[in-house]
Design a protein around this ligand. Structure first.
Ligand SMILES: [Zn+2]
Ligand SMILES: [Zn+2]
Length: 356
C-alpha cells in the first residue's frame, strides 16, 4: 500500500507544513508534541526510498517520558536525551475514511463539528411543487358542490305490484324436484376433471448471480503515528449474472368428462305474468294499485319510486329521488336549498333544514 509523508504545524511558533519525518520544529526546535494533528496534503507524493519506507512502516513514534522528544519506533534510545524508552507512550494512530482525511492542520483530529456542519445543508425542507397544489385544488373543486336556492316544482310517484300466475313449465335438471313429473332421462356431461396425461420435456432460461471475483479499492488512509499516512484498502465482491438453460418436466393434463343422468320434467311454478301500476303527483297521496287476482294468481314483488322536481331562479331544473317519508315533507312552491355538485355526473341533494 502506498505510503505518503504527512505534515504537521508547530503549535509553539506557528510554523506550518513541517515534514512528517521531522520530530522537532525546524524553526523553534520544540519537540513534536504528543497528539499533534498530522495531515496529508492532496498532492503528497508516494514515498519510494527504502530507508524512508522502513521508517514509516516501523510503527508509531514514541514520546520520551523525560524530555518529550519523539523517536522512531525502531530506535531504543531517545533522540533527544538518550534515555531508554521504558514506559514512554507511543504517538496515536488513526484510520480515516476517504472523505475525512485531514488536508491541513487547522482542525483538531477528534472535532466532530465539520461533519455535522456538512450534513446540515442536506436537510432541506420538502417543498410542495406548484403543480401538485393545483392538482389537489382541482380535485377538491370537482368533489365540491355549490348551494342553490330553488322551489319544489312538482312531485311524481309511481308504485307497481307484480302479478304471478301458477303455470306448468318444462325444465331440465340432474334430479326431479318434488312435484315434478318426469318426461324423459338421458346421459349427459355434467362436469370435467383434470387428469394427468403425460409429462413433456421442456427447457427454460434461468439466471443466477455469480461472484466473479473481488474488487480491491482505496477506501481511506491511516495516520501511522510517525508523520506518515498509508492507504487503507477495502474489498468487495464482484458479481455477474449468468444464464443457463435448464430442462424440466411440464405436466400435461387433459379434460375428462364426468357423465350423469339428466331429467326433463314438468312442474308447476309461480311466475311473473303482469305488473299493475299506479302513478300520481303532488295532488294525490301515493297508494298501491288495486290488484284483482283469480284463484291461479298471487302478488309478487312491489316497487315504489318518489321523485321531487325543483327549479331555481334561473329556470334551471333538478330532480331528486327520495324515500317516501321525505317525499311527503315537500309541497309544490316550497323553498328549499339544494347541494348541486360541480360536475354533472354528481348527485343533487336536498339540504334538509335543521330539526328543532
Ligand atoms: Zn516551532
Ligand atoms: Zn528524552
Amino acid at each position: 500500500m502506498a505510503i505518503r509523508e504527512g505534515r504537521w504545524d508547530c503549535p509553539t511558533c506557528g510554523t506550518v507544513g513541517v515534514l512528517g519525518r521531522q520530530v522537532n520544529c525546524p524553526n523553534c526546535a520544540t519537540p513534536r508534541p504528543e497528539g499533534v494533528r498530522f495531515y496529508l496534503p492532496e498532492d503528497a507524493a508516494e514515498v519510494t526510498d527504502s530507508a524512508h519506507l522502513a521508517r514509516a512502516r516501523a510503527g508509531a513514534d514514541w514520546i520520551c517520558e523525560h524530555c518529550d522528544s519523539s523517536t522512531p519506533a525502531a530506535e531504543i534510545r531517545c533522540s533527544g536525551c538518550g534515555a531508554e524508552r521504558g514506559s514512554s507512550p507511543a504517538q496515536g494512530t488513526h484510520d480515516y475514511d476517504l472523505d475525512d482525511i485531514p488536508r491541513d492542520g487547522r482542525e483538531r483530529r477528534a472535532a466532530p463539528q465539520p461533519a455535522l456542519a456538512a450534513a446540515a445543508p442536506r436537510r432541506r425542507r420538502w417543498k410542495t411543487p406548484a403543480f401538485v397544489v393545483a392538482l389537489v385544488a382541482g380535485v377538491m373543486w370537482c368533489n365540491g358542490s355549490k348551494k342553490v336556492e330553488a322551489t319544489v316544482a312538482a312531485a311524481d310517484w309511481e308504485r307497481a305490484v307484480e302479478v304471478q300466475d301458477y303455470r306448468t313449465v318444462r325444465e331440465e335438471d340432474w334430479s326431479v324436484p318434488q312435484g315434478g313429473r318426469q318426461q324423459r332421462s338421458w346421459r349427459a356431461i355434467r362436469d370435467y376433471r383434470q387428469v394427468l396425461d403425460h409429462y413433456e420435456n421442456r427447457t427454460r432460461q434461468v439466471s443466477e448471480r455469480v461472484q466473479t471475483g473481488t474488487r480491491t479499492y482505496t477506501c481511506g488512509s491511516r495516520d501511522l503515528g510517525n508523520g506518515h499516512f498509508e492507504d487503507r484498502t477495502c474489498t468487495e465482491p464482484e458479481y455477474t449474472t449468468k444464464y443457463r438453460t435448464e430442462s424440466y418436466q411440464e405436466p400435461i393434463y387433459r379434460q375428462e368428462p364426468i357423465y350423469d343422468t339428466k331429467f326433463a320434467y314438468e312442474i308447476e311454478r309461480w311466475l311473473p305474468n303482469d305488473t299493475v301500476w299506479a302513478r300520481g303527483n303532488a295532488a294525490r297521496e301515493p297508494s298501491w294499485p288495486a290488484v284483482k287476482l283469480d284463484d291461479k294468481e298471487r302478488e309478487g314483488a312491489r316497487i315504489e319510486k318518489y321523485v321531487l322536481h325543483f327549479r331555481d331562479k334561473d329556470g334551471k331544473t333538478y330532480q331528486v329521488e327520495v324515500p317516501l317519508d321525505r317525499f311527503s315533507r315537500y309541497r309544490p312552491g316550497q323553498a328549499v336549498q339544494l347541494r348541486v355538485p360541480r360536475v354533472s355526473s354528481g348527485k343533487v341533494e336536498i339540504v334538509e333544514p335543521e330539526k328543532e
